[in-house]
Ligand binder design. Structure first.
Ligand code: AMP
Length: 115
């Protein structure tokens, strides 16, 4: 799907507004979250506009795979031993930006269930 003109993550991915970009591929872009929940908190987004992870999987499965590979690259760059990779889907799950984004979170201890 092509870029959406009023989508902030489309604009960051296109370089139209600034983002703290830490990695990119032909299909996806990684940038630091504005309000990090951990020492490393990076968002990996598809360059094309899709509302959520399942929409990416349906329309562009290669892009979804690329996003997980870029997440791994970022984790290696940041020397993370492990990381949490999360897609929030829907307002009830606290999705606030409706352009699919993979949260890559690491550099602090984790407990389960998430807190
Ligand atoms: P979610 O709640 O899963 O939709 O996550 C959206 C995330 O985007 C939040 O963690 C925000 O802090 C982050 N965010 C919103 N606007 C920006 C921006 N311009 N640059 C970087 N991160 C952003």
């Amino acid at each position: 799907m092509s870029a959406s003109t009023d989508c902030i993550f489309c604009k960051i991915a296109a370089g139209e507004i600034p983002g703290d970009i830490v990695g990119e591929t032909e299909l996806s872009v990684a940038f630091r979250d504005l309000m990090p929940q951990a020492p490393t908190h990076v968002l990996v987004v598809p360059r094309g506009h899709h509302e959520n992870a399942a929409a990416v999987a349906e329309a562009a499965p290669d892009t979804l795979a690329d996003m997980f590979l870029l997440a791994r690259t970022v984790a290696e760059q940041e020397a993370l031993e492990g990381y949490r990779a999360v897609f929030n889907t829907g307002a009830a799950a606290q999705q606030t930006v409706f352009h699919a984004h993979l949260h890559v979170i690491g550099g602090r201890p984790f407990t389960w269930p998430p807190g």
